[in-house]
Design a protein around this ligand. Sequence first.
Ligand SMILES: *[C@@H]1O[C@H](CO)[C@@H](O)[C@H](O)[C@H]1NC(C)=O
Length: 154
Amino acid sequence: MQSRSVCFVVGSLVLLAFGVQMGFGIKCWECRSDSDPKCADPFDNSTLSITDCRQLDEKSHLPGVKATMCRKIRQKVHGEWRYFRSCAFMGEPGIEGDERFCLMRSGTYNIFMEYCTCNSKDGCNAGSYRSPTTALILSALMVFLSVVAVFRRV
Ligand SMILES: *[C@@H]1O[C@H](CO)[C@@H](O)[C@H](O)[C@H]1NC(C)=O
């Protein structure tokens, strides 16, 4: 039973790694609202050109990994919203595959972050997203905790 779940997790990770490597190209918006106010919501693409993520250099800490997703980050620092849009190298789109939902993180010092990741179409990080319900957060947490539990038993 235990070794079967270990196999499952390892298998999933291998599949995920292959999926990331394959990298069928995507185009995403790349901007940040602190240098370009049009990057905020509602998004205004009129002065931006879309970035082909395949053209980006690999990240030095992620050798061999291509950007295959788009991301929008909404960050509230000391009451002020900032928006970052870019190609994404890591993570998975949406929450449980539903791109309408974003991952939320709140930190210390009055910082709130929201990560929206998508790969459904070119420029998918333009739009606005819904926030996940408590049930979705809880189920994502449960999946995460069960994976951690499996690994700690190895
Ligand atoms: C820019 O936004 C407009 C209006 O939402 C949209 O019709 C157009 O397709 C967008 N341009 C690109 C390159 O996605």
